[in-house]
Design a protein around this ligand. Sequence first.
Ligand code: ADP
Ligand code: MG
Ligand code: MG
Length: 913
Amino acid sequence: MTDPRDRSDELEGRPVQQYVFDFSQGSKDDKDLLGGKGANLAEMTRLGLPVPPGFTITTAACRHYLDTGAEPESLAQEVGAHLAALQEKTGKRLGDPEDPLLVSVRSGAKHSMPGMMETVLNVGLTDISVIGLAARSGDNRFAWDSYRRLIQMFGKTVLGIDGEIFDERLEARKKARQAEADVELEAGDLRMLVEEFKDIVLVESGRDFPQDPRQQLDLAIRAVFESWNTERARIYRRQERIPDELGTAVNVCAMVFGNLGPDSGTGVAFTRDPATGEQGVYGDYLSNAQGEDVVAGIRNTLPLADLEHLDQASYDELLNIMATLERHYRDLCDIEFTIERGKLWMLQTRVGKRTAAAAFRIAGQLADEGLIDEDEALQRVTGEQLARLMFPQFDPAAPRDLVARGMGASPGAAVGKAAFDSATAVAWSDAGDDVILVRRETNPDDLRGMVASRGVLTSRGGKTSHAAVVARGMGRTCVVGVEALRVDPGERAFTTPDGTRVVEGDVISIDGGTGEVYLGEVPVVPSAVVDALHGDDAAIDQDDEVVTAVLRLMKHADGRRRLGVRANADTPDDARRARQLGAGGIGLCRTEHMFLGPRRKVVERVILARTDEQRTEALDELRPVQRADFTEILEAMDGLPVTIRLLDPPLHEFLPDLTDLSVRVAVAEATGQHDTEAAELLAEVRRLDETNPMLGMRGVRLGLVIPELFALQVRAIAEATADLRQQGRDPRPEIMVPLVAAVQELESVREMALTTIADVARAHRIELSIPIGTMIELPRAAMTAHQIAEVAEFFSFGTNDLTQTTWGFSRDDVEAAFFPAYLEKGIFGVSPFESIDEEGVGRLVSIAAWEGKESRTDLKVGVCGEHGGDPASIHFFEKILLDYVSCSPFRVPVARLEAGRARSDAGQREASG
Ligand code: ADP
Ligand code: MG
Ligand code: MG
């Protein structure tokens, strides 16, 4: 006997292409061919669960149809054979005037795709068979209800008729009968509706509702194939990077009826609470209902637990099945079921979606129960989920007035006064108020207002709208697409669904994670997860299952990961915070802020110096303060590497604004008070003014033109190091040169730096060696990495600038101007500033890392762009074997988790061959 699970001859390597498989032939591993829904229906059938019989038409058949414009030749015959088998199994015949078989036609691609065709139920009903159905079931009302549903769904999804036309007619009928819900309509009403619906079909589609059941079936199958290429589906795929050529499967399933009276019904269930992860019975049930009634909100549903009192036997069986499914899938399952006159039927299952808190909790629980090991538990959570748990949250205990819900586009909990235009937002924020900018949708003119606000709320748009993209880029809390709110910018007010008017200045609260909007101020509490991650054991609530699960999985991730995780930190405070959150050093310490504030005047003098003496004098004033800056940071990171980047921005950033200064000088001239200093400064500012500062005199270019600047910084670093060493500390600075394009630039800076360091060492009578490396943030640097590595002791990829210079666009301009359009059109699924563009920028990184290590085997290679904290990018950096990533202190735990996940994932892949 062969292993019954061995279906290699059925599914793979079959000489003749088979396009249709019975539910009993597949398994959950056949998602490519059978789609997710079909594969899981097959799996449940295999497990012996009560699934109504049926068959799945493969994605290959769909691909054939889409490629050639016609179904595969053998398809009609194969469907016929499976239909015959189905008729045999059920003892009913499609279109039988006495006792008709009815089926549902359900789309189901490999990846769940909301943009596709909806399901058509009750296929097989006709003017004749509806009479048979009524007689057989002994329920006239049920038969006519089923028929009107078929015409409605078929009209809408197969014939493309606007669904509202049917809905309006249904509402009109309910009104005429003074009925609250559709269950109150009687057989006669429904029969009249059927006539009206058939008229709609004729008028709107120019053809009669088909009375041949097999034709209904074939048309529905074809409609599912075609729905793969609807505009909605295409855009969805481009955004989610789902390949266009996969195609969808079609599931044909014998109907079971939840609308056969009070002992029937339909429901959805979860094996654990998808909101909190708590164990128990969760779900909704609606008696005397069919299909999507339960989620459509047409009547009030019952909590699933109430089913126990309605139908104890079905309830017990359902609970048993749920336990079986969970053990089998080893995860939270999401289930659709129907009860037909006391008999339970399973209609769908899949691994269910869940909130961030539930994800951690469930992973911990399943590991405790021994269903999964720690590695797998780690795969069940994501860095994004961890990030969500790290944001401050609205106090769960506080009362709140929820008025509407949209899409959470950028997480966080924000409270502020509603402002309806940018100017107001800026004015109020300048006056010290917290502001929420409320718009229908935002455009580039709203940028200033968005910067000034704590959060942004729009009534339109999706996750790729202008507001969403820009807010995410700036880390502002943002809720979009709250369509229930009527925003009236002219009136400076919005109206909630219950008619409440919120005017300019009223306080509102928005939750960028859940998309919820509240009136008034909801108190914000810090995240318990952040407190726990800070490593203060006393602060950890051992009863908080989310916290304990996070800590446990973090520990496992740290044990697993190969990638180092450092932080981008410019100040001692940030450095300390990063260290608490588990950073293994600083990957990027920017130094520009050390030249701002009161020190700006001194920098002006450096720039304006006429003679070397004047310049040295000014620089000498900066040295002690600069040394103190470094001392503090190196102290905070004692024993860990600190990569200090030499001055990077263009000089004019330290000088007064050109326009302001011109005005000042012009006013002075006009009033006859000539101000020589201002005039000289103006001339210098003019000279330094650049059309495109991003590509101008900055980074190493500046360091070579004014060598004293870099020399000052190197000396301050060396002196701070020497001082600390002499105090018995263990400072580990690394000097990083920005914006290098050619090895000669780095050679020149390195020579100067080595001389300066040697000087300091001599003066302190100690040995001093400080690694000198470079950022790789220009394509030329990446392409000449083999040369640069001969001079550089480490590389740090500045992936923000590398993305800008590789794509040739400036982030500030493009994110506001055209990224939303690009995302909408699917040019890219996610902004290349959020996730590394693997094919372009990522390729440069990988080539440079590889060639760099060829030149110098012990070259340390890291990433210090924002991508260092992005989960998808971290997996890529693990794949190309970089040494570390560096990100903002707050993202450090996220990066640790993802670095561990990337590793344990790779381990599992290796293990499974
Ligand atoms: P979706 O992909 O939107 O979940 P489904 O194919 O699962 O679509 O079907 C939509 C609704 O119709 C669900 O509530 C499902 O349970 C119900 N349904 C599908 N097939 C049948 C059937 N054969 N008998 C009864 N209800 C069905
Ligand atoms: Mg479903
Ligand atoms: Mg840079």
